[in-house]
Design a protein around this ligand. Structure first.
Ligand code: SF4
Length: 409
């Protein structure tokens, strides 16, 4: 069964009816490319880490371009379509010819999936009927809070009543995964419990909560912090405890990122599965694995259970996939082995990483590890525990192969 992704273009904030107060793109300015896994060996900066990360497109594509591209993509697919996903840098609800877009995609008779919307572009509750009639099957909807005033104040939703009416109707008809960035003192506490209750009563499939990040160590890149000058932030541990408490109070699935999915035990659900860990390859060589500060203890536990004698080295940044050159500059080089493995998706140019990590006169080679070792809540929502474990087995097998291939005796 084939799947089709329809890219409608657009840029966050610019094609979102203005920035939400907490939007990570709000303060991104024209910064230098960071370097990444797609860059050529001799050139720092490629299209992905220069424009793709910032989701910098020139605006929404016009409907004719979308139709032409969709038709061209369709011709490369074989068999029935199992899903059509609408994606893009801008918010689909703000697409100017949204009704025509949905009718066009609905004519393909495949389940429609909206990967992300805030709903703040929709002003008419009838949009819900249009979506249902045209085969919408799944939507990820940023609710922030079901208090309309908070949606207006923090998301700048001009018609929160209409957006919530659409959300309500969709909850009863299709798979709705709601999402919210949690701003302590704004939409947590009673407001958050009210939001959970509202969603659960109306039939939402789940709620993904995102810990708000306001500085580089918490995961901001592109020099865009602080996003909100005076906003409090939560530690990853206190956020994990919030998720645990909520998931006990509600039957609807509630998970959080960076931590955690209580139903599946992820990220790193494999740590509770000694039989699976025993099936992983043994670590036979020495290499330093660098990771974010949240993942480091988990990865360390699993690798040492597989025979590694080398500690995993954390940078200060909490999120491994968002590690940049600045994060590895502050590492104590004396603890590093001659072979260093960085996260596959780290935003560093390999040659620059080698230069930084060889500053003490010891030549170190830098190798990229697997792209993913586990599933965060955004990935695990909709996955089974078996699927998450399979993903983790695959990630750790690749990591250990990399250590055994490039590490030292
Ligand atoms: S809808 Fe999403 S991408 Fe657009 S401004 Fe708000 S947070 Fe940013």
């Amino acid at each position: 069964m084939a799947q089709l992704t329809v890219d409608i273009g657009g840029s966050p904030g610019i094609n979102c009816r203005g920035y939400c107060e907490y939007c990570y793109f709000r303060k991104v300015r024209g910064v230098q490319p960071l370097g990444c896994r797609y860059c050529l060996p001799f050139k720092k900066g490629c299209d992905y880490c220069t424009r793709g990360v910032k989701e910098e497109y020139s605006g929404f594509k016009d409907l004719k371009t979308i139709a032409d591209e969709t038709l061209a993509n369709l011709q490369t697919k074989q068999g029935d379509l199992s899903r059509v996903t609408i994606s893009g840098g801008g918010d689909p609800s703000c697409y100017p010819r949204f009704c025509e877009l949905i009718e066009l995609l609905g004519s393909m008779d495949a389940p429609l999936h909206i990967g992300y919307t805030s709903g703040k572009g929709w002003d008419d509750p009838k949009i819900a009927d249009l979506l249902i009639e045209n085969g919408l099957s799944e939507i990820s909807f940023t609710v922030f809070a079901t208090d309309p005033e908070l949606r207006t104040k923090y998301m700048h939703d001009p018609t929160p009543g209409a957006s919530l009416a659409i959300l309500e109707k969709l909850c009863g008809a299709v798979d709705v995964y709601a999402a919210a960035v949690v701003l302590p003192g704004v939409n947590d506490g009673d407001v958050l419990e009210d939001t959970c209750r509202w969603l659960q009563e109306r039939g939402a499939k789940g709620l993904i909560l995102m810990r708000f990040a306001n500085n580089a160590d918490q995961g901001l890149i592109l020099g865009n912090g602080p996003v909100m000058e005076t906003q409090n932030v939560q530690s990853a541990e206190s956020f994990r405890d919030l998720i645990t408490d909520l998931s006990k109070k509600f039957t609807m699935k509630i998970s959080g990122t960076p931590l955690w999915d209580p139903e599946l035990g992820s990220p790193f659900a494999i740590r509770h599965e000694p039989d699976l860990i025993a099936k992983l390859p043994r670590v036979l060589r020495r290499a330093s694995v660098i990771s974010g500060s949240i993942a480091t203890p988990f990865i360390g536990t699993i690798l040492s259970a597989c025979g590694s004698k080398v500690p995993v080295v954390p940078v200060k940044k909490e999120i491994a996939c968002l590690i940049t050159a600045d994060d590895i500059r502050t590492l104590d080089l004396s603890v590093l082995e001659p072979s260093v493995i960085i996260p596959g998706r780290a935003f560093i140019h390999d040659a620059e990483a080698e230069e930084i990590l060889s500053r003490d006169g010891t030549k170190r080679s830098v190798i990229r590890g697997p792209d993913m070792l586990t599933a965060d809540a955004e990935t695990s929502m909709g996955m089974t525990r078996e699927q998450v474990l399979e993903m983790e087995m695959d990630g750790f097998t690749r990591l250990i192969w990399t250590i055994n291939q490039f590490g030292n005796e």
